[in-house]
Design a protein around this ligand. Structure first.
Ligand SMILES: [Zn+2]
Length: 278
């Protein structure tokens, strides 16, 4: 009785405010301004819409990227963040930070500017570690002053990160993007009021610790993300990642949590709306 079944599904979906075939999703971290999308950006946004991916938050990276990033965000009505990524902290120069402050103040009337970032600490880049620390603390101070959430990139520097987050006590918190740790670390961030951005790493069969962590953490603390165009799934022929991978990420979180994809996507959607005040 396919008609009855689909009628029931439609009714249930309407009760939940959802279309029957689509999950409601936001990619909380995707660099859709990067040149990898120059040839087919419009087509990708059309495909995302078709797949229930309502929008993507575009994080900032460096002064060289901001103008195009802002233009793409405006063209496609995407929320965005402005910040200096740790890889781009070439020096601790105040000029670099003042450039960020100037760009933010020029966009201060723009309701799609929703966060500071991405910024943070990456110990795999030892050559500019001191500059990373200086520029990151300035951005923490700025997020506090402007009362904006922060999008954090943290690689092999969780102790330093936790110490700084405790010290600055940001009113709006933020998200640890591309989280890859275990349950204890996850709960330390959650206790400080931070969300965890869960991305394509969870699709990797070898990510045993991360899978175990995601199976047990609170759904009030997760966001979903792809970090496109990076992080193309290991089993894919594509070298470029896109927000369309979100479906697989939601499915895997649902599988680990033993819940439905609808429930997972709704939690992640509402958490994203709430954190970035969308
Ligand atoms: Zn990123």
């Amino acid at each position: 009785m396919p008609t009855l079944i689909s009628n029931l599904e439609n009714a249930r979906a309407q009760c939940n405010g959802l279309s029957p075939t689509k999950l409601r999703m936001i990619d909380s971290h995707a660099h859709l301004d990067f040149p990898e999308f120059d040839d087919d950006r419009q087509h990708l946004f059309d495909e995302m819409k078709h797949a229930g991916i309502e929008t993507a938050i575009i994080p900032g990276v460096s002064p060289e990227h901001w103008d195009k990033q802002i233009a793409v965000a405006r063209q496609f009505s995407c929320p965005y963040a402005l910040g200096i990524h740790p890889w781009y902290c070439q020096s601790d120069s105040i000029t670099l930070f003042n450039d960020l402050k100037g760009t933010i103040s020029r966009c201060s009337h723009d309701e799609n500017l929703v966060a500071i970032g991405e910024c943070g600490l990456d110990k795999l880049r030892k050559s500019n570690w001191q500059a990373q620390l200086v520029q990151f603390e300035r951005q923490l101070e700025l997020a506090k002053e402007l009362e904006l959430p922060i999008i954090l990139h943290v690689v092999k520097a969780h102790n330093e990160m936790l110490t700084l987050l405790k010290h600055y006590g940001l009113p709006k918190g933020g998200v640890i993007h591309g989280f890859y740790g275990g349950v204890e670390l996850a709960n330390e961030y959650i206790r400080l009021g931070y969300k965890l951005g869960i991305g394509g790493l969870i699709l990797n069969d070898r990510a045993v610790k991360l899978k175990k962590c995601i199976a047990s953490i609170s759904l009030n603390s997760i966001l979903i993300e792809t970090d496109s165009p990076s992080m193309a799934p290991a089993n894919s022929a594509e070298t470029r990642n896109t927000p369309l991978v979100l479906h697989s990420i939601v499915k895997e979180i649902a599988n680990l949590q033993k819940k439905t994809s609808v429930l997972i996507s709704e939690h992640a959607f509402l958490n994203t709306m709430q954190l970035f005040d969308l």
